[in-house]
Design a protein around this ligand. Structure first.
Ligand code: 5GP
Length: 114
């Protein structure tokens, strides 16, 4: 699999505004925020998208999901709520082929997304 931007952020080769990290995942602010709080969470175990989840270790996937929730909590989003988005493939406009969860919050979000 080719190296992506997020591999380089995880490796510390490209700076990022990190808001949460543990042994399993890293969370950093999106460079082009779409909400007052817009953070990306990536697992340290690489996969291209959530479409590859069935081939992954379920314990690692569980730790990734827990890291998403812990990030949202650390950002103070628990009370007001937040949205978690996995853009997957071309119709969803996934631009970085390394799985990432968008956490969006800090305002009332509209539904459905465009
Ligand atoms: P996707 O469209 O693949 O779901 O989301 C990729 C996200 O990465 C976009 O929201 C985009 O703004 C963000 N992004 C692109 N380049 C950078 C970067 O260099 N640093 C950070 N922090 N975010 C980036």
């Amino acid at each position: 699999m080719e190296e992506t931007l997020f591999d380089r952020i995880i490796a510390g080769e490209i700076p990022a505004d990190i808001v949460f990290e543990n042994d399993h995942a890293l969370a950093f602010r999106d460079i082009n925020p779409q909400a007052p709080v817009h953070v990306l969470v990536v697992p340290r175990t690489r996969m291209r998208s959530i479409a590859e989840a069935p081939e992954q270790d379920p314990r690692e996937l569980g730790c990734f999901v827990q890291a998403i929730a812990e990030t949202a909590k650390a950002l103070g989003l628990e009370e007001g709520g937040y949205r978690v988005v996995f853009n997957t493939g071309k119709d969803a406009l996934q631009t970085v082929p390394y799985i990432h969860a968008h956490i969006l919050g800090g305002r009332r979000l509209s539904w459905p997304p465009g």
